[in-house]
Design a binder for this molecule. Structure first.
Ligand SMILES: Cc1ncc(COP(=O)(O)O)c(C=O)c1O
Length: 392
């Protein structure tokens, strides 16, 4: 078994070897520019991009022409939020989002505020879920966008996307969902779910880093955006720049494989995750955060009572790779704003960790994780009660 065991698949996933194989020729012999119209190198690249566009669209129930390739979900979210804001001709512009969104959404929303817009950041309950009445009440005549993530990166909590979409539709407001953590893990369908704009990313679904997509609804209603990157009119004028053909091919296959394997894989991962939780809960004074919410099947966020969070990470480090908060904010050492919004005390947040399993996680990995964590938790509790003597 390779150590440390990787339990941080919400941060990123390794590229699936099947996907890497599909990508490799596009770095060498099939190196054409998808915008070259005068020779077969370009045509071949364009055909491959078209095929990938279809694979991505199929996974989320979209039409290929509604897929705009970007450098990742962060860029997709920036394009959606800033693009809608800039495109709107209203004098006063208001948008609604949620305080537990990823920084890509929160920082783009802050940007909109700096440009003179107003933003409502909805609170969440103890399970991390928004209240639909709060959403209704936040809507004004000037609301130009509602942006609610599909599933949270730290807790796996799934928002009531269809209900949100229906409220947005009743008020004729575009609904965008950052579905970076949900796509490829649970069924996501822009038609059934009523989503008008959706962000997704390659590296969360065993594809490469540096590639993602924004779904932009073409009909019922047509969503218009102002491009945020100009220069050549690629991607139906929404995102200029030479296409990242190997990345796009990789994203396409990542979507196709996820589509084919999701049913079986989500059951397998839910069984691993549930077993992990049950084993740890037996240690007592341990809580699964947002346990009662609908959650992604492959991840869990757990608070450990009577442990020293800092030491816990340090001591587990050579055996287990997991995270305290999201990878993007863990460098700041601030307590997770997601758990804070759920009303948790600083102490509980300090002792909360995210474990996210993935395609390459095995039962052996989970058993190892349980045994390492149990040992550390027991040791910390022993030290609290008896000073620094090892358990014998
Ligand atoms: C919910 C969510 N949105 C957006 C992103 C950003 O994705 P990318 O790394 O593709 O820019 C992430 C990744 O951390 C995420 O978890």
């Amino acid at each position: 078994m390779k150590l440390p065991v990787y339990l941080d698949n919400n941060a990123t996933t390794p590229v699936d070897p099947r996907i890497l194989q599909e990508m490799l020729p596009y770095f060498s012999e099939r190196f054409g520019n998808a915008a070259s119209r005068t020779h077969s190198y370009g045509w071949e690249a364009e055909e491959s991009v078209d095929a990938a566009r279809e694979q991505v669209a199929n996974l989320i129930g979209a039409h290929p022409q509604e897929i705009v390739f970007t450098s990742g979900a962060t860029e997709a979210v920036n394009l959606a939020i800033k693009g809608i804001f800039e495109n709107s001709e209203r004098e006063t512009k208001h948008m609604i989002t949620v305080c537990t969104e990823h920084k890509a959404v929160l920082d783009s929303s802050n940007h909109v505020e700096r440009l003179g817009g107003t933003v409502t950041y909805l609170p969440v309950d103890a399970n991390g879920v928004i209240n639909l009445t709060d959403l209704e009440n936040a809507i004004t005549a000037n609301t130009i966008l509602i942006s609610v993530m599909y599933a949270n990166n730290e807790t796996g909590v799934i928002q009531p996307v269809r209900e949100i979409a229906s409220i947005a539709k009743n008020h004729l407001i575009p609904f965008m969902s950052d579905a970076t953590q949900a796509v490829g893990k649970i069924p996501v369908n822009v038609q059934n779910d009523g989503i008008d704009l959706l962000a997704l990313s390659g590296h969360k679904i065993y594809g490469p880093k540096g590639i993602g997509a924004l779904y932009v609804r073409k009909k019922n209603p047509t969503i218009a955006l102002t491009a945020q990157i100009d220069g050549g009119g690629h991607e139906r004028n929404m995102r200029s720049g030479t296409l990242n053909v190997p990345g796009i091919v990789g994203l396409g296959w990542a979507c196709e494989i996820a589509d084919t394997e999701m049913g079986r894989e989500s059951k397998r991962l839910a069984a691993l995750r549930n077993a992990f939780e049950v084993e740890l809960l037996a240690l007592q004074d341990i809580e699964v955060n947002a346990e009662d919410a609908r959650r992604l099947p492959h991840c869990t966020n757990i608070s450990f009572g009577q442990v020293d969070g800092e030491k816990f990470i340090f001591e587990a480090g050579s055996d287990l790779a997991f995270s305290r908060s999201s990878a993007c904010t863990s460098a700041t050492l601030e307590p997770s704003y997601v758990l804070k919004a759920m009303g948790f005390s600083d102490e509980r947040i300090h002792n909360s960790f995210r474990f996210s399993f993935g395609r390459f996680s095995t039962e052996e990995n989970v058993n190892h994780a349980v045994s390492v964590i149990s040992r550390i938790v027991k040791q910390h509790r022993h030290e609290r009660n008896h000073g620094h003597h090892p358990i014998v």
